[in-house]
Design a protein around this ligand. Structure first.
Ligand code: AMP
Length: 125
């Protein structure tokens, strides 16, 4: 796998504390914070602290500990936001844009968790 990580990307700078963020939750390997331009009433980004470019890079090369921590944190964020259907919430969408066709903006892996309203169809046809 040939991915190179740009350590000047905005999420790398957030992780180094160079720019502020509205933290929702933080663990040893994972940070969750509010998206600066929310697309829904609830819009949180979950990112690993390690230098991973996108979903498949993270999933294929991160340690099992990082991957479990990431997904457990994402689940805890869903519960905290009150959107988890298993906990009485109305649901959410989890999106991981990866690469040019997805229009990924920030080259550090992030999972968008969106909710708080009906989000419509997955994609426009
Ligand atoms: P993507 O298009 O999947 O790469 O999404 C990048 C997301 O990062 C967008 O929804 C932006 O609004 C969000 N974003 C960019 N800069 C910041 C920032 N400083 N703090 C929080 N969210 C940000």
């Amino acid at each position: 796998m040939t991915y190179s990580y740009d350590d000047q990307n905005i999420f790398a700078r957030i992780l180094r504390g160079e720019i502020p963020n509205k933290t929702v939750m933080e663990t040893e390997h994972t940070l969750a914070f509010h998206d600066i331009r929310p697309h829904a009433p609830q819009h949180v980004l979950v990112i690993p602290k390690g230098p991973y470019v996108n979903y498949d890079h993270f999933s294929a090369t991160a340690s099992a500990e990082e991957i479990v921590d990431f997904h457990r944190t994402a689940a805890a964020v869903c519960a905290l936001l009150g959107v988890s259907p298993g906990k009485g919430g109305a649901g959410y969408r989890a999106i991981a844009n990866s690469g040019p066709d997805s229009n990924q903006e920030v080259p550090h892996y992030h999972l968008h968790i969106l909710g708080g309203r009906n989000l419509g169809a997955l994609l426009p046809h």
